[in-house]
Design a protein. Sequence first.
Length: 242
Amino acid sequence: MRELIDRLRTARSVTVLTGSGISAESGLPTFRGVGGLWRTHRVEELASPAGFERDPQLVWTWYNERNAAHRRAQPNAGHRALAELETRYLDFTLATQNVDSLHLRAGTRNLLELHGSLRIARCTGCGYERELDASGLPFEQIEHTCGGRMRPDIVWFGEPLPPEAWRRAVAAAERAEVILVVGTSAVVYPAAALATRYARDAFVAEINPEATAISERVACVLRGPASEVLPRIVAELDGFPS
């Protein structure tokens, strides 16, 4: 912790990569952790272009449930600490693999949603977009007037990341002096490469309750929930040792 705090105090550029672990602390199941009906379906059936083509109502049933869960959840102390950390730097980027909007609701401004968000549905034909409310997308509105179908504006299996968000994330990682990797297993690529291949000379710190694929490759490992560790980091930066 001490070395990380020293690095953060002198850093001019900070990048953060977050995954589902930080949102799990707000009560959201991880991507593969939704129970009930979904135990009988492979995730790839629900999060792929082929699955959507085969049964769009099934896919939207799942995403409407996820959308409702996202809206019930509240940003936790970890989300809020990252939003507070952002205010200390002119160059701060938070790249997230999460689609739940909790970072946005916590107040993070320079946010790159690498896997999209469940706030929006877009047409597979003309690209028309519409915001979703708490009820999600009604089945009768799946078929769009152009002949396409409305789908969640998120990245599915086999699809590339949004090119502009990815370009900005790589650039942020390459110039960062400190990179925080929070609540991610670091096995989903290309996002995980931000903390390895693109980190260059950055001081990389992992914040996670458990060991991950990159634990032995980073400069600092802090074991514990993000909602506990991140507020401690902010407090230390403010000069109030925990």
